[in-house]
Design a protein around this ligand. Structure first.
Ligand SMILES: *Cc1c(COP(=O)(O)O)cnc(C)c1O
Length: 430
């Protein structure tokens, strides 16, 4: 890492990983729109292919623009390295891939993004992997769900669709006791509101599609490695501790130490799974990250204002926002997430499913989209969209019942957001 660790977050979000282009002096990070890189000579090429020297070979593996983004996110998260990929869901597979084998499982929180529940409960079975879902407030249940084939615990910091915040330190202790890594999806919190590695997480995954890019332009993902896990302490992680036949018997952990997971992610993960982020996408995300702290402060302020207003409205049944004193997670949010509980929450509309549909159809500033973490305010009726594939029990567990809508509060004028909700609630309850 080139940056001195003493720089503050606001400085690092602009500078970490970047320096003026050595060839042209370009101050902004160029978009290196190239597939391949010329080798100095045949020996140089051989050293790169043997992982004896670090450099650029081919953009499925590494690209200079993407590399700046990787270093920036790793720095903001306090990790030793990061691998960017094509989407948040790709990042989740990239995080699990080095850990899992057929017959292995992951213990996952019940409070997850709907797409993640589907990925973990359904799609990963095709790889011979499985997931056990547990309420992460019940630490004994989490510990009891771990068996000899469990290779990770997976949770979200501030959980999507909102209202729930995870006690990462408590879960990390359970993971440590079992000798397995804790993976935290930090998409909704961003490293501005939460740095899971400081609270004991081994790996952090992101959908950079959301707040990191910040304006709904590109999909992307990232896996950040803390560098703290001893992959050789047991025989559970042979991909990282045992000889890799596709690299002449190289052992990633022995060779790369704390960077083993990151090197594996590039040399095996991106090379063979190919879920690569492109340099244009990385450029948009780099532009977004420059203003991350400013946006997150405003997202949080606006969310607090709008949530408090909704809570006092007679047309609303309840609001689930961990930033409200009425929330059962308020104290946890204050201690684990002191800069705020995020910009995402749900509320229940009196009148159930039909009122939710009317509300969504009547809003003018809020857009009805399956996205979050945009500068503009968004709404979604989770039960009929993102959480549609889940059973009613799974919907309830994820906080996405039929009478519930999720808001992703943008950085507009909060007075306008409240006025818009006011007029739409009037139509929804008429
Ligand atoms: C959106 C999202 C994902 C999936 O990310 P994509 O970039 O859409 O693949 C995963 N986790 C959370 C919390 C998300 O919000």
């Amino acid at each position: 890492m080139t940056e001195a660790p003493t720089y503050g977050f606001d400085t690092l979000q602009i500078h970490a990983g970047a320096k003026p282009d050595p060839a042209t002096g370009a101050r902004q990070t160029p978009i290196y729109q190239t597939t391949a890189y010329v080798f100095r000579d045949a020996d140089h090429a051989a050293a790169l292919f043997n992982l004896q020297e670090v450099g650029f070979i081919y953009s499925r593996l590494t690209n200079p623009t993407v590399a700046v983004l990787q270093e920036r996110i790793a720095t903001l998260e306090g990790g030793v390295g990061a691998v960017c990929c094509s989407s948040g869901h790709a990042a989740q597979i990239m995080a699990l891939f080095p850990l899992m084998q057929p017959g292995c499982n992951v213990v996952a929180s019940t409070r997850l993004y709907g797409g993640t529940v589907t990925q973990l409960s359904n799609t990963i079975k095709r790889f011979g992997w499985s997931a056990t879902f547990v309420d992460t407030d019940d630490l004994d249940a989490v510990a009891a769900a771990i068996d000899e084939n469990t290779r990770a615990i997976f949770c979200e910091s501030i959980a999507n669709p909102g209202g729930y915040v995870t006690d990462i330190r408590a879960l990390a202790d359970v993971a440590d006791a079992a000798g397995i890594p804790l993976i935290v999806d930090n998409t909704s919190a961003t490293p501005y509101l939460c740095r899971p590695i400081e609270q004991g997480a081994t790996l952090v995954v992101h959908s950079t599609t959301k707040y990191l890019t910040g304006n709904g332009t590109v999909t992307g993902g990232c896996v950040v490695d803390s560098g703290n896990f001893d992959w050789s302490a047991s025989d559970k992680f042979p991909s990282l501790s045992e000889p890799e036949s596709a690299y002449h018997g190289l052992k990633f952990h022995e060779t790369f130490g704390g960077l083993a997971f990151t090197f594996h992610g590039i040399a095996i993960g991106l090379r063979d799974l190919g879920m690569t982020m492109n340099p244009q996408g990385a450029h948009y995300t780099l532009m977004g990250i420059e203003t991350l702290s400013l946006r997150m402060q405003r997202h949080v302020e606006n969310a607090e204002t709008v949530a408090a207003w909704l809570e006092n409205d007679p047309r609303v049944d309840y609001v689930t926002y961990a930033g409200l004193p009425s929330s059962p997670y308020y104290d946890r949010a204050k201690s684990c997430y002191p800069k705020g509980a995020g910009g995402l929450f749900t509320f229940a509309v009196k009148g159930g499913y039909d009122a939710c549909v009317k509300l969504v159809n009547s809003l003018e500033i809020f857009s009805h989209v399956a996205n979050l973490g945009d500068t503009r305010s968004l709404i979604i009726h989770s039960a009929s969209t993102t959480h549609r594939q889940l059973s009613p029990e799974q919907q309830e567990a994820a906080g996405a019942g039929a009478n519930v809508v999720r808001l992703s509060i943008g950085i507009e004028d909060p007075k306008d957001l409240i006025a818009d909700l006011d007029q739409a609630l009037a139509k929804a309850s008429s």
